[in-house]
Design a protein around this ligand. Structure first.
Ligand code: 7TS
Length: 410
């Protein structure tokens, strides 16, 4: 595969030219949110400037244009993740978290009961872990957690023990936002289906960074966010198999999601609209469509390879320091483009603060995976996460800034 022309791509992200106190910005917090590509900003500006209107096919021309753009964005995003059902398998939400809640409420609250089990993993983000924990509490179901092994991978033997005929749902993260672990989601889905359980995959750290084919994985539901894939904030996606979405009742009500309303009762519109009440994120959908076009033109396999190369380089440089603990698998197909770590005797928050003094933006904290940090035996971790526009020189800047912190706390 031809490598990325990073210098050319960086021109699409003017923010990367910023200097902070005279130092060039080194943005390594892409797992939290990526920067927004110029074509995305241009597409959203064009919408607001030329065809801004409310959707649901109003009678006037602008509404027709806006409606078509909004509807076609569903088809385009569905195609991007291999959903052959198009818009009938692609719901737009606010973010991955809301997508998770939609399944938990619209499916979980109706289908789960005492004796049912929801199987999660120890590396779940709070978006799924807290959500399923609360739904289980309300329905009388139980949550169990697939353990991670000493390398930060899932213990698949334990997975086969956890997933039984009492399992109603397996909910697993495709790529861990803390460990960088790439999980064997197709295998997890197969085990779930062998026990007639459904499978929800949290793809927030996968869809932006690697090719994803939801039908090859055979996930029943798959969630991700626009802001992590060079797109806008305020829009998330929920893929769901058509027959499941057809059967599911909505859990948010209002205009745009109904077919007929009387004083006595209401009936629902078609999928995805029955799950999209009120005025939806129209400009964001136009922006997400542009983000998908942008990423696909670059090539998701090339983006994956670029990120993995940077993560490998970072892993090797950090490991060579001798006083840095790195979490998650060694570089390779089981590790995505992020590295979680701690510098001996320096709290992650202090480290990130000093990195900030050097204009290096990393994230520090629990990354919304507090149970996982308990399992790792640390309260917090630092995390450098890469994207298509990062460079090896920026990894060097990361290591140099860490050295400054080391000197300061020596
Ligand atoms: C694996 C995973 N799932 C779900 C979410 C929630 O996505 P949202 O609803 O768009 O916010 C995130 C966001 N992760 C992070 C957000 O900030 N730092 C992070 O690591 C995530 O990494």
């Amino acid at each position: 595969l031809e490598s990325l022309d990073v210098e050319r791509l960086r021109e699409d992200f003017p923010i990367l030219e910023r200097e902070l106190d005279g130092k060039p910005l080194v943005y390594l917090d892409n797992a939290a949110t990526t920067q927004t590509a110029d074509p995305v900003v241009d597409a959203m500006s064009d919408y607001y400037r030329r065809y801004n209107a409310n959707v649901h096919r109003g009678i006037h021309h602008l509404s027709q244009e806006a409606s078509i753009a909004y509807e076609e964005a569903h088809d385009r995003v569905a195609e991007f993740v291999g959903a052959s059902g198009g818009r009938e398998e692609m719901i737009f939400t606010k973010n991955t978290t809301e997508s998770e809640n939609l399944v938990a409420y619209a499916w979980g609250m109706r289908e789960l009961g005492p004796g049912d089990e929801v199987v999660l993993t120890e590396m779940e983000h709070h978006a799924s872990l807290v959500t399923w924990q609360q739904i289980a509490e309300r329905t009388g179901a139980d949550c169990t957690y697939i353990q991670i092994d000493e390398t930060g991978r899932l213990d698949m033997d334990h997975a086969r023990e956890c997933i039984t005929d009492d399992t109603a749902m397996v909910s697993a993260v495709h790529v861990s936002n803390t460990l960088g672990t790439v999980n064997p989601v197709s295998e997890l889905v197969d085990i779930a289906h062998d026990h007639d359980a459904l499978a929800f995959i949290d793809g927030a750290q996968a869809v932006p960074n690697r090719p994803v084919d939801v039908e090859a994985i055979d996930a029943d539901f798959y969630a991700f966010s626009g802001h992590k894939m060079a797109g806008p904030t305020g829009i998330g996606c929920l893929y769901g198999k058509a027959h499941l979405l057809e059967e599911m009742e909505p859990y948010l009500y209002g205009g745009g999601m109904i077919r007929k309303v009387t004083f006595e009762e209401s009936t629902w519109g078609d999928v995805p609209w029955k799950f999209e009440p009120g005025t939806p994120p129209i400009a964001e959908a136009v922006g997400l469509h542009a983000a998908v076009d942008y990423l696909e033109e670059i090539g998701m396999d090339r983006i994956r390879d670029h990120e993995e190369e940077l993560a490998e380089y970072a892993y090797e440089r950090l490991a060579a320091e001798g006083d840095i603990e790195i979490y998650g698998p060694e570089p390779g197909p089981d590790r995505s483009g992020l590295v979680g770590f701690n510098l001996e005797s320096v709290h992650a928050h202090d480290l990130a603060s000093i990195m900030n003094d050097h204009a290096v933006a990393i994230r520090a904290g629990d990354h919304c995976t507090q149970p996982l940090h308990d399992r790792l035996g640390v309260a917090a971790s630092a995390r450098a996460s890469f994207y298509l526009y990062n460079t090896r020189e920026e990894v060097d800047a990361l290591v140099d800034a860490i050295d400054s912190a080391r000197q300061l706390f020596a």
